[in-house]
Design a protein around this ligand. Structure first.
Ligand code: 5RP
Length: 262
């Protein structure tokens, strides 16, 4: 029940709950990945089951696809959808221009493809994800397994000429094996601490052979919905800079709070 949620989970929940107000009947919706996005999928599932909302969802990971099916959302592939009305996803960091670091959950590749194929991207986040400058969160870079050590070395060499504070890189692990993405790739996390020019870094990283995609989302997010632990929610628009604030009350009977899978 909501009363047992931590403040951070309440913040994630209220952001998700507010964001689903943007979803309209008949829409094709990109479904993000992560703990905040999982709240959003559950909120959408409730609207589908209890309020007759008709949508088609394009999931950004196998985890999200499983959850979406469980809660009754109709799933289609991006190739079936071709173009989406809206994508709602979480983020690891966002700055004042609504540029993002994503990929903490390892789904950055599908997330970026789906968000880019959408008329609108809404990010849902707890307030702790807002930063003055991107880079405290390690930047995930998806690389193909073939020659990954060479790719990692090339990334390190490239970082030497970039406007970043740290140059450390680590292969993401899952126990004693490399973490493997839904696309059967690896993730190299870059410990940059501060990214001076995110747009340039993103372009340069994607030029390196073996790099598939990086977790910088530049000029992709249109709106961020920021949740607070006390139920306050701010909706911030990238183009107008307008901020709207509301408060969402927790319903103790809300069965969305039972056994969230993430
Ligand atoms: C997954 C992501 C997530 O959106 C990001 O890691 C945020 O996750 P959470 O909502 O669990 O904090 O990019 O690849």
């Amino acid at each position: 029940m909501a009363g047992e949620l931590s403040p951070i989970d309440k913040a994630k929940f209220v952001a998700a709950k507010r964001a689903v107000d943007f979803v309209e009947d008949g829409m094709k919706v990109g479904l993000g990945t992560g703990s905040t996005a999982a709240w959003m999928v559950r909120c959408l599932g409730e609207l589908v089951r209890d309020h007759g909302l008709r949508i088609s969802g394009v999931p950004t990971s196998s985890r999200t696809a499983d959850l979406a099916r469980q809660v009754g959302i109709k799933i289609i592939s991006l190739d079936e959808a071709k173009w989406l009305d809206l994508t709602i996803d979480g983020a690891d960091e966002f700055d004042r221009d609504l540029n993002l670091i994503k990929g903490g959950g390892g789904a950055l590749l599908q997330e970026k493809i789906v968000a880019t194929a959408s008329d609108q991207m809404i990010v849902i986040a707890d307030v702790a994800k807002e930063v003055a400058q991107l880079g405290a969160f390690p930047l995930p870079v998806e690389v193909i397994p073939f020659g990954w050590q060479t790719t990692k070395a090339l990334i390190e060499e490239t970082l030497g000429s970039m406007d970043v504070l740290g140059h450390g890189t680590t292969l993401r692990m899952n126990g004693d094996r490399p973490f493997v993405t839904d696309e059967a790739n690896y993730i190299v996390d870059l410990h940059l601490h501060r990214i001076g020019n995110a747009r340039q870094l993103s372009l340069v990283l994607n030029q390196i052979p073996g790099v598939v995609e990086n977790g910088l989302f530049i000029d992709i997010c249109d709106t961020v919905v920021i949740g607070h632990g006390d139920g306050r929610v701010q909706v911030r628009d990238a183009s107008s800079g307008a901020v709207e604030e509301t408060r969402i009350e927790f319903a103790a009977s809300d069965n969305l709070f039972a056994d969230l899978g993430e």
